[in-house]
Structure formats: structure tokens, C-alpha cells
Design a protein around this ligand. Structure first.
Ligand code: SAJ
Length: 407
């Protein structure tokens, strides 16, 4: 039996996927409300294919609890934030999960850490916990790192098909855990050591952050000299070895905007491109605000209350708002005392989280003159005609209406 600890954006789909493929799984989370929602037969966030997977997993016997279970395999999938000041990982959730497991686990149990961690975290924070409690690692307890790689918006497909990395001290244990993941994963599963697995995961997300930063920097350069960045990227990408990503209003989500900081925090002075990329991506919400003020001036608009932000989530067709560029813009506007004036709408956010949030697309559009497209949800892509007659700032390059403003 596998006890999955942490039933968030990664832990829940992973637990369901294993259960749907015949593994006996109990999912544990300290959040009572979340556990009772799952036990009442409802998923806790929206994701393509998740409800179907949930049904299958429940049919095959998955259960959810707030209690840790006595079993031989644990998968830990808890948040790993970074400390804003030191830029280093804050491993408190991993430490607390591992400590609780150590209270109850039988001799020889395997603890698999799925959460993304900075290189060296398991050595620095997890092993000492085990040693302090008198466990002999490799005998009484085994440690594995199996970082997740699934992308929100396509999680179910990617769980089934992505290649994976498993880091273990002991090859035999690594192979055992590989077998567990192979119960559902069709991709290649590479077994390596823990340190390499930790570093590889962070390096992957950093690669994407740097590439997005390049696109964002190009957007700024092209804007300064009145060139069309999208056309330039489109043509450049016809080169067989060029694949530039898309500029946008900033990098949100809890992965790409966080993980590169681990390298900056741990290798100050060495992580130079990485730091520059982070700064460029973090500057994008402010760049969008500047574009808004420029457009308002050009259109002789004086009432910020007639500006509307379409999209609160960090990217399209997900309901996750963590590190969302829209929230960052609102925060910055609050400092200038106008953050509570703009209208906001997002079809994926049904509860009120910010002032002036509307819950209907037509009502939202009727209440504004300038629409800032912050997120390219399918809803707006399918309703572009509703933007006719509006001034539009399209930060995602999804609207081909005449006269639309872009980054
Ligand atoms: N973005 C752009 N331009 C682009 C691509 C993305 O501005 O061309 C923005 C998005 O709008 C979003 C942010 O970047 O705000 C990040 O989105 P994403 O779709 O690139 O990635 P995430 O954060 O949803 O998921 C990433 C993935 N990592 C990589 O692709 C290397 C995923 O595979 C990881 O599992 C996930 O991080 C994670 O949990 O670590």
C-alpha cells in the first residue's frame, strides 16, 4: 500500500493515477476540508480528465484521510516555498511530513519525496531528521527523490507519458520505486542518485524560465523601437535550431517562478543568467501596467475604473492563481491607490478574491472600455467577437482584431 502525503495539485493526480492502475493507495492531507470534499466524491481543483480519473480511482478503492498510515511506501508531495529574503528553500513542510512518517513507519519503509527541492535538500534537511531519530538510512529506512514533471492543464496526459527521474541511494530501492511508477507511466524512467535528481528537476524549470525571459526581453526591445516581436519570433522559429518561446505578462505558477531562486540562493555569484532571467520575468507585470497607462493616454481615457483585466490565474484553463501576474499588477496598483478600481473577471475563479470582481463575461465587458487580456482561457478565445468596439491590450497574442494593442 502507498500512502501519498499531500493532496494538492501534484499529490492528488499522482495518488489517483496509481490507484486507477491497481495500486492500493491512501491519500493523506492535514486539511480536513479538502479530505472531506474528496471523501464526499468531489475533486478539489479543475483539470482536464481529473474527474474521470477520480471516479476510476474511487471505484478501485482509493481512500482519503487526515491520518498518516502505517505502510511500507510513502510519497511526499507537499509545498516547498522559498524564503523571500535568503532565496533559499523553506523545507518546513517536507520536514514535518517526514517527521510524522518516522513516528509510525515500519522498519525498511521507503520515503519518496516528490516535491521539487533545491539540490542538497535531502542531505541537509531530511537525512539529519532520520539520523536524529536513530534510523540507519539504507537499513531501517530508505530515501528516494522522484520529482514530478507534469504541467498544469495537461496533467493526466503527462502523468501517463512523461519520462521521469528517480534518485535513490540504493539501486535496488530505486528499481523498486521505478516499478511502482511504471504501473502507470509509459515514459522512460531513469534511475540515478538523489543529488542528480534534485538538480535535474530545478535545472529543467530554470531552462524554461530563461527561455521565457528571452522572449520577454525581446518584447521590450521591439516595443522600444516599434517592431512586431511576434512576427520576428514566428520567422526566427523557422530556423531549424531556433525555438523562441512567447512573451507574456509575467511568469506565474508555483514552479517556474520559484525553482530558479533555489539556484540563485545556493550559488550566489555563479547563477548570473538565472538571476537576470528572474528579474526580467518579474518585471513584466510592471511593463504591462506601463502599456496600460500609455494606451489610456493615447485614447484620452482618464477613468481607471473603465479598465478591465481578463484573467486572474497564472495561465490559461487552470484555476491556480499562485504568483499570478494579474495579482502582481493589482498589488502594484494598490500602492498607487488605484488597484481597487479596475474591473476583474476570470471564468475559473468563482469566489470573490479581489475587489470589483465580476462573474459574468458580458457584464464584465459592458463595464469597461479597455480590456487587458491577461490569460488566454478557451472561453475568451471562443468569444473574440465580443471584444468588437473595445480597446484591447492583448498580452498573450491571441486576438487578431484590427487595432489591438500588444506588449
Ligand atoms: N509562459 C510564458 N511564455 C511561454 C510559456 C509560458 O509567458 O512561452 C508563462 C505562463 O503563462 C505561466 C508561466 O510561464 O505564467 C509558467 O507556465 P508553464 O506552462 O511554462 O509551466 P508551469 O509552471 O505550469 O509548469 C512547469 C513545467 N516545467 C517545464 O515545462 C520545464 C512542468 O513540466 C513542471 O512539472 C511544473 O513546472 C512543476 O511543477 O515544476
Amino acid at each position: 500500500m502507498v500512502n501519498v502525503i499531500g493532496l494538492g495539485y501534484i499529490g492528488l493526480p499522482t495518488a489517483l493515477m496509481m490507484a486507477a492502475h491497481g495500486v492500493k493507495v491512501i491519500g493523506t492531507d492535514y486539511n480536513k476540508e479538502l479530505v472531506s470534499t474528496l471523501n464526499a466524491g468531489r475533486t478539489t481543483f479543475k483539470e482536464e480528465g481529473l474527474d474521470e480519473l477520480f471516479e476510476k480511482a474511487v471505484e478501485l478503492g482509493i481512500t482519503f484521510s487526515t491520518e498518516y498510515q502505517i505502510t511500507d511506501t510513502y510519497i511526499v508531495s507537499v509545498p516547498t516555498p522559498y524564503d523571500e529574503e535568503s532565496k533559499k528553500i523553506d523545507a518546513k513542510y517536507v520536514e514535518s511530513a517526514v517527521s510524522t512518517i518516522l513516528e509510525i513507519c515500519p522498519k525498511g519503509a521507503v520515503i519518496v519525496i516528490e516535491s521539487t527541492v533545491s539540490p542538497g535538500t535531502l542531505d541537509k534537511y531530511v537525512r539529519p531528521l532520520m539520523i536524529r531519530k536513530g534510523f540507519i538510512i539504507g537499513q531501517d529506512i530508505h530515501l528516494v527523490h522522484a520529482p514530478e514533471r507534469i504541467i498544469p492543464g495537461n496533467m493526466v496526459y503527462e502523468l501517463l507519458n512523461n519520462n521521469r527521474t528517480i534518485g535513490a541511494d540504493d539501486k535496488e530501492i530505486g528499481e523498486r520505486i521505478k516499478k511502482l511508477y511504471a504501473s502507470f507511466c509509459n515514459g522512460d524512467i531513469v534511475v540515478t542518485d538523489i543529488r542528480t535528481a534534485e538538480m535535474t528537476k530545478v535545472v529543467e524549470n530554470t531552462f524554461r524560465d530563461i527561455n521565457i525571459a528571452y522572449a520577454n526581453e525581446l518584447a521590450k526591445i521591439c516595443r522600444s523601437d516599434n517592431m512586431d516581436v511576434y512576427e520576428i519570433i514566428r520567422i526566427a522559429n523557422k530556423h531549424p535550431r531556433v525555438n523562441i518561446l512567447q512573451p507574456g505578462p509575467g511568469v506565474g505558477g508555483h514552479c517556474i517562478s520559484v525553482d530558479p531562486w533555489f539556484l540563485v540562493g545556493d550559488y550566489p555569484g555563479l547563477a548570473n543568467i538565472i538571476l537576470a532571467a528572474r528579474k526580467i520575468n518579474d518585471s513584466m507585470p510592471e511593463f504591462v501596467l506601463e502599456r496600460i497607462y500609455e494606451i489610456m493616454k493615447e485614447k484620452h481615457m482618464t477613468d481607471i475604473g473603465r479598465v478591465g483585466f481578463y484573467g486572474l490565474t497564472y495561465k490559461e484553463d487552470v484555476d491556480d492563481m499562485r504568483e499570478s501576474p494579474t495579482l502582481q499588477m493589482l498589488e502594484s496598483m494598490e500602492k498607487h491607490l488605484c488597484g481597487n478600481l479596475v474591473k476583474i473577471y476570470d471564468p475559473f475563479i468563482t469566489n470573490d478574491v479581489v475587489p470589483n470582481q465580476l462573474h459574468n463575461l458580458d457584464e464584465f465587458l459592458n463595464s469597461v472600455d479597455l480590456v487587458v487580456l491577461m490569460v488566454g482561457h478557451s472561453e475568451i478565445r471562443q468569444n473574440m467577437d465580443k471584444l468588437e468596439g473595445k480597446i484591447v491590450l492583448d498580452t498573450r497574442n491571441i486576438c487578431d482584431m484590427e487595432g489591438v494593442y500588444r506588449l
